[in-house]
Design a protein around this ligand. Structure first.
Ligand SMILES: [Zn+2]
Length: 409
């Protein structure tokens, strides 16, 4: 994508300003080759959603059919008689085995493909290091929640699915809360942004909107990727707005202000809390599905898999398989939930920053890893943010109604 995105003639204020023409003029700045590349990358992601699902399903079925899962449980039982420790040992074995079986796909998806499209900056060694760190976090945090859940299942054989959902939701909130302080620093360094030329307009925008912050963070995302991005993370006292260094290096000041307005939108509109609420409903449904489909599968194949029942840790691959079916089917709904919040944040960002051209520029830069101009069904199913075209159009529609802000008296 062009590094500096100009405001095209059609998008400059005039008495014949037309939002559609302005949108098309912005899109015309994208070289055909860059668009083909970004389309290919993003459409490849559709197929990866399917391959990830099928690959994971095959791994889960192998662990059950070959009785490797039962074998890992037997190992855990010979090491200790103490149930929670057995669960933790099983989980560790399971995590290592599935990571090894999933390694070829992980290398393709996270390393080779990212390099092929020029989105990755890491060599293989540091990439692998990050994967191992992620694996270790998965063993520890996953081990804690899985041990808690089996405790619930063993004590509450009839109502476990309700209490299991409650425990999962609380644990998810805890993870979101500790993430910016304890997890993100394991991979990247964030520091306080202290350039007053950048922080000045941002903090002023925040204060005008009643956001009592005096800090904005910058993270060294360029360590892993060329993607421009920003986010709101944390919960309660750990909540913060972070810009990544790729954005700060390449974006115009107008673009940075729009992006910050967008992130403030997430903050002021309480999107993290609302997402947690939505996720809670999804998790309750998930546990209901696990109870029903898990019981049905165990009645049919439990003996063959040597899985003794839902209190047996060897049931984990079955739970993983059922969970992946559940989330695969829900993909368009989860994407639409996120995309709706993102659209809200866009509108908030536009009204707050008053930078429709910054919005268009940001949409083009984010188009390096997102298809710019999909069909409506495609956008509904696969997009977790509004498409680049729709974002530029939203900016230009806003500009058309606020032209007086851009014409000199
Ligand atoms: Zn957002």
């Amino acid at each position: 994508m062009p590094s500096v995105v100009q405001v095209p003639l059609e998008a400059q204020p005039s008495d014949h300003f037309d939002a559609v023409a302005a949108t098309n003029a912005y899109l015309a700045q994208i070289p055909a080759e860059a668009r083909a590349r970004s389309d290919a990358y993003f459409e490849g992601g559709y197929w990866l959603t399917l391959w990830d699902f099928l690959y994971g399903a095959v791994v889960a079925l192998l662990l059950l059919q070959l009785r490797w899962s039962a074998g890992m449980r037997n190992v855990a039982e010979t090491i200790t008689r103490f149930k929670p420790v057995q669960t933790f040992i099983y989980w560790t074995e399971y995590s290592i085995v599935t990571a090894i079986l999933g390694f070829p796909l992980a290398v393709y998806e996270g390393y080779s493909r990212e390099h092929k499209y020029g989105l990755a900056t890491q060599t293989f060694g540091p990439w692998l290091g990050d994967q191992l760190k992620g694996q270790l976090i998965g063993i520890i945090l996953g081990g804690i929640i899985v041990t808690l859940l089996f405790g619930v299942v063993r004590r509450l054989p009839n109502t476990w699915w309700i209490w299991g959902a409650v425990v999962t939701i609380l644990f998810a909130a805890f993870t979101v809360m500790i993430s910016p302080v304890y997890i993100s620093p394991l991979f990247n360094t964030s520091k306080l942004l202290d350039d007053p030329r950048i922080t000045g307009p941002i903090l002023s925008m925040a204060h005008a909107n009643g956001i009592a912050v005096d800090k904005v963070y910058e993270i060294d995302a360029s360590k892993q990727s060329t993607r421009m991005s920003a986010n709101v993370s944390g919960l309660g006292s750990t909540m913060r707005i972070t810009l990544n260094d790729n954005l700060l290096k390449r974006a115009s000041p107008e673009e940075v202000q729009f992006v910050m307005g967008h992130e403030m939108g997430h903050y002021v509109l309480n999107h993290i809390a609302k997402d947690m609420l939505f996720l809670s409903v999804v998790i309750v449904l998930l546990f209901g599905f696990l109870r029903w489909a898990g019981g049905w599968s165990l009645a049919r194949w439990g003996d063959r898999w040597q899985v003794r029942g839902i209190t047996d840790t060897a049931v984990v691959p079955l739970a993983a398989l059922l969970g992946s079916i559940f989330f695969f089917v829900l993909t368009p709904i989860l994407n639409t939930d996120t995309r709706t919040s993102e659209y809200e944040a866009d509108m908030y960002g536009l009204n707050t920053s008053r930078q429709p051209d910054g919005m268009a520029q940001a949409a083009i830069h984010l188009g390096e890893y997102r298809k710019m101009n999909p069909g409506p069904m495609e956008e509904f199913i696969f997009f977790d943010h509004p498409s680049g075209r729709n974002r530029i159009f939203a900016g230009m529609r806003w500009k058309a109604e606020n032209l007086k802000l851009f014409t000199k008296p």
